[in-house]
Design a binder for this molecule. Structure first.
Ligand SMILES: [Zn+2]
Length: 251
């Protein structure tokens, strides 16, 4: 397989890099990335993944665009208010790059539909805003040995985490053990600094492209302070008591 002339021009700034080149661009073209949640993190992540030439993008969200989303959810315009986010996102992404395959899904991700929706994805980006979805994705990606790249941002701080379940890796529940009462500390309740979501969402997209290109493997956890731009990278270890990765078998 080769790139055509239009693709060589479109991706010329990638082809100039020895870390990407034509072979790397073909790897991006053959990759399938799923993004769960088309909100503040999903929008910038999807934008960069589509622009980078990820060949297949599946994105899942059951919400509609509201005026209060436009402060941070950068794919949407005033004219999209009232439309399904997945469909509105798909229109914008198609207008950016019509040579990739877009699979917008307007539904809530559940234990019943997760395998149907994500079976073909190599890498899953958790851009959701609730713990139920986070734990569901963590368990699914662990069992299916996929790469999970999880992002979160609230108020003035954000985090990005990568769990590479293709090999032995800690999981989301090792860091944030499931508690009985699942409170949703999300942007609806606490607010969030708009450009911080761009920083975290772009880091998720960067981890995804680096993983596809073979420049990243293993687990990763970094936090960013929005007011100071200070970034801290943490080493993550497996919790031997973890209810997910220490007790269940991979497939
Ligand atoms: Zn674990």
């Amino acid at each position: 397989m080769m790139l055509d002339d239009k693709e060589r021009l479109r991706y010329s700034r990638h082809l100039l890099l020895k870390e990407v080149g034509e072979q790397g661009q073909l790897k991006l073209k053959n990759a399938h990335v799923a993004v769960i949640g088309c909100g503040g993190l999903g929008c910038p992540a999807l934008f960069y993944l589509a622009a980078s030439g990820i060949g297949s993008l599946t994105f899942v969200d059951d919400d509609q665009v509201e005026l209060s989303n436009l402060q941070r959810q950068i794919l949407y315009k005033v004219s999209h208010i009232g439309q399904a986010k997945s469909k509105a996102a798909s229109k914008i992404l198609a207008s950016l790059n019509n040579s990739i395959s877009l699979n917008p899904i307007c539904t809530k991700l559940t234990a019943d539909n997760i395998d149907t929706l994500l079976a073909n994805a190599d890498i899953v980006l958790d851009c959701s805003d609730n713990f139920k979805t986070r734990y569901l994705l963590n368990h699914y990606c662990f069992v299916q040995q996929k790469v999970l790249i999880s992002g979160a941002a609230i108020a003035t701080s954000g985090q990005v985490m990568c769990f590479d379940f293709r090999s032995d890796s800690p999981c989301y529940a090792c860091i944030f053990p499931k508690v009985q009462k699942e409170e949703n500390n999300n942007c609806d309740n606490f607010g969030v600094l708009s450009p911080l979501l761009g920083v975290i969402g772009a880091q998720q997209a960067l981890l995804a492209t680096n993983t596809v290109l073979g420049h990243h493997s293993g687990s990763y956890f970094a936090s960013t302070e929005g007011l100071t731009l200070k970034q801290s990278v943490w080493k993550v270890s497996k919790n031997p008591e973890c209810k997910v990765c220490a007790h269940e078998e991979k497939q």
